[in-house]
Design a protein around this ligand. Structure first.
Ligand code: MOS
Length: 746
């Protein structure tokens, strides 16, 4: 008999891939129902002040335009901040769409035109006259740095720890060290631009019931948000989101199109679709512009003696959005003297929002560029410098890592890349008329786990169905959880169905932070274990059961059967168990909770090392990332294909962050100026060359029962500094502002 094929570790293609590429998969804006109305949002054209007059009469006179909602005619809503606070809300007072006449930021939604067609609604929006009284505002982070202050602490701080306490005597140690490096780093605002635009279709079911197709990273998050604000029963609000066309953090929080769609549907007692257009994608959430200063020092043998890392990030006037920016250096490098500082500046902008490896990709840009500088100062190879300062433990918190195979990332990455062919001097490598540079950097990201629930059902036809409210934002969640479930029960992949993206299903938190496989995968696993036990207990009691005297350890689940380990000719099929159960399905449902007691003693993180080759044309200033390799240690890799794809996506984003991506601000207007994909630059196919991924073997029995750490963000973290370091190696120019513009290299 052929060995039974296990699924975990197999490079399975996305189970929903065909549906997506053939356009069969429905996104939140694709649900046509009879009588569906279309909403178009009106956004503020000023940055701060008050609306003094709204005239909606011209719009309302157009046949087919049903209603124009503004703060003047919106329904009365929840009072308390807490009712507007979603699972990802930072401390403060969440933004309330159409609350009153106050304008808090440029692009704020101030009205919704509802019409029989999208085009009519959009036309109607041009007919609404708004008058404002403008007030003074400030959107320039650099100008306001004297006002930087400590962040407020709130619930979100649990997943976003504040900086570690200072250690030793930074100033003294720094001054006394022979090698010192200090620099300032900056990146501006970046906006989420997933392919799928934000859309919500609210189906008005009557009796206070709503079915909502929402672009979200958390169906339960949107459900609670809607129920709390509109005073509905949780059970009457169902949020569905099976397919998401990219999110990357943008849909961690409910966005205003959800609010507006639900509000209009409830008021008009009709189904309403609200879609944002590409320009409106720049009117909520963004990666905050951040200023960083580093001062690192070392002995001439390369041992880092002191590290000071200060970050000043942007936040809004109404919430304290925070990121983990300055905690990483000391998690990696065991300097005895550290001073880590994190501050916020309030500006007249919308609250920033997590964007793929929030904080981590920001902080590591400064940290790993500074380490590179230190390598030149001490005349030590950059990779060697990392190895000299390699720490097995997390010295920032004085505890071991649950696992850390970063050394292998360095070694295997360097080997495959050919790092030893690098000549140390800047400007010493050429190819034709181009300068060639090799750069490397370290990546680190947290490996978290949250509680989640899953339900597992053996159906009457002997198949497995697993249910969870979790979304799949394009990461491969569906495929990976199906693999985990199949292996737990010993079934073929085609006999397992994972149903998800629905708030009616068992609880899952928002999808993000690279914690979804550890969180929902673990829930699927415990539900699978419970179902096995239940099947086994039924099998034992069957008439003439071949497993009647066996215990669970003495059997094996394979091929949809329970086999006796000692005699593989004896087995009971799942279908026979269903029959013994009176032909009824067998169902279990289990909560998985991270074992905090065990985890608390360890730091848990993924690590990576990125190696990059650039070619720089000095006459044109053009930079090409000709080759890049990222070696990743992320625990067990459930699916090497989907995981590789996550890392590649992160690496491409790293190229984008280093060389392309930025939202341009006009501080006089308080406005983002390049709100479109023509002027918001991202890499295209022609920018992407030879990318490679290595998964280093890493066994972790502490992080969770699956041994997984997550791969959603780690691919991005090390790329921007590796590229900046390669550019320095190629040109001798250290550019600390991202993206690196071609004119800075001329
Ligand atoms: Mo991720 S920025 O947590 O979606």
């Amino acid at each position: 008999m052929e060995a039974f094929q296990k699924q975990v570790g197999q490079p399975l293609s996305r189970l929903e891939g065909q549906l997506k590429v053939t356009g069969t998969a429905k996104y939140s804006g694709d649900y046509q129902v009879p009588g569906l109305l279309y909403g178009y949002v009106i956004n503020s054209t000023i940055t701060k002040g008050k609306i003094t007059r709204f005239d909606t009469s011209r719009a309302k006179a157009v046949p087919g335009i049903v209603q124009v909602f503004t703060y003047e005619n919106r329904p009365s809503l929840a009072w308390f901040d807490l009712q507007y606070a979603d699972m990802d809300a930072p401390p403060g007072s969440p933004f309330r769409p159409l609350q009153d006449e106050d304008i808090l930021y440029n692009g704020q939604p101030i009205g919704l035109v509802v019409a029989e067609t999208f085009e009519l609604a959009r036309y109607g929006a041009t007919l609404v006259d708004v008058e404002y009284e403008e007030e003074a505002f400030e959107t320039d982070l650099r100008k306001e740095t004297p006002k930087a202050r400590s962040p407020k602490i709130g619930m979100a701080t649990m997943l976003k720890p504040l900086p570690p306490k200072p250690k030793g005597k930074f100033e003294k140690a720094y001054q006394e060290s022979p090698a010192q490096v200090s620099a300032e780093y900056y990146h501006g605002t970046e906006h989420h631009n997933p392919l799928e635009l934000f859309a919500t279709t609210t189906i008005y079911e009557g009796d206070g019931k709503l079915t909502i197709y929402d672009k979200t990273q958390g169906t339960v998050n949107s459900q609670l948000y809607v129920a709390n604000i509109f005073g509905l029963k949780y059970k009457d609000v169902r949020v569905i989101s099976p397919y998401v066309g990219g999110a990357f953090g943008s849909a961690l929080r409910p966005q205003y199109q959800l609010f507006l769609s639900v509000m209009a549907a409830l008021e008009l007692k009709q189904s309403v679709l609200v879609t944002l257009d590409r320009q409106q994608m720049f009117t909520f959430g963004h990666r905050p512009p951040t200023i960083q200063q580093t001062r690192f020092s070392a002995d001439m043998d390369g041992k880092v003696t002191a590290m000071n890392h200060l970050a000043i990030g942007e936040t809004s006037r109404f919430e304290d959005y925070t990121e983990v920016v300055v905690n990483w250096a000391h998690m990696l490098y065991p300097a005895a003297n550290t001073l880590m500082q994190y501050k916020l500046v309030e500006l007249d902008v919308y609250s920033p929002l997590d964007m793929r490896s929030p904080g981590g990709s920001t902080g590591m840009h400064a940290i790993e560029s500074t380490m590179d500088e230190l390598a030149y100062k001490t005349k030590i190879d950059p990779l060697q410098l990392r190895l000299i300062n390699y720490s097995e433990d997390d010295v920032s918190l004085n505890r071991p890592y649950s696992s850390k195979e970063l050394r292998q990332c360095y070694l295997q990455g360097a080997e495959k890349f050919g790092w030893d062919k690098r000549s140390p001097e800047p400007r010493s490598m050429r190819r034709g008329n181009k300068l060639v540079g090799y750069g490397m950097a370290t990546g680190i990201w947290e490996a978290n786990q949250l509680p989640a629930k899953a339900e597992a059902i053996l159906t009457t036809d002997g198949k497995l169905r697993v249910n969870s409210a979790v979304t799949d934002i394009g990461t491969g969640t569906l495929t990976v959880t199906t693999q985990i479930a199949a292996d737990e029960l010993g079934m073929k992949i085609e006999d397992v169905e994972f149903l998800y993206g629905d708030s009616k299903k068992p609880f899952a938190p928002i999808q993000g932070g690279s914690f979804t496989v550890s969180t929902v995968g673990s829930a699927v696993k415990v539900a699978g274990v419970a179902l096995k036990k239940k099947l086994f207990s039924i099998a034992k009691k069957m008439k003439d059961s071949v497993v009647s005297k066996a215990d669970l350890k003495e059997v094996v689940f394979e091929d949809s059967r329970i086999f006796l380990r000692s005699d593989r000719s004896k087995s009971i099929s799942f279908l026979e168990i269903i029959e013994a159960n009176g032909g009824k399905p067998i169902k279990v449902s289990k909560f998985s909770v991270p074992s905090l007691l065990k985890q608390k003693k360890y730091s848990r993180a993924t690590h990576s090392a990125a190696f990059v080759e650039v070619e720089v044309d000095e006459q044109l200033g053009i930079v090409n990332v000709t080759r890049a390799i990222t070696a990743v240690a992320a625990g067990k890799i459930i699916n090497p294909k989907t995981a590789r794809s996550q890392i590649l996506g992160g690496m491409i984003w790293g190229i984008s962050k280093a060389l392309r991506e930025e939202t341009i601000q006009d501080f006089n207007l308080g406005k983002y100026m390049n709100q479109n994909l023509a002027e918001y630059h991202i890499p295209v196919h022609a920018d992407i060359h030879d990318l490679d991924v290595i998964f280093v073997e890493e066994n972790d029995e502490i992080v969770n029962a699956l041994g997984v750490k997550g791969v959603g963000e780690i691919g991005l973290v090390a790329m921007p500094p590796a590229i900046a370091n390669a550019i320095y190696h190629a040109t001798g120019k250290r550019i600390n502002q991202l993206p690196i513009h071609f004119d800075s290299l001329l």
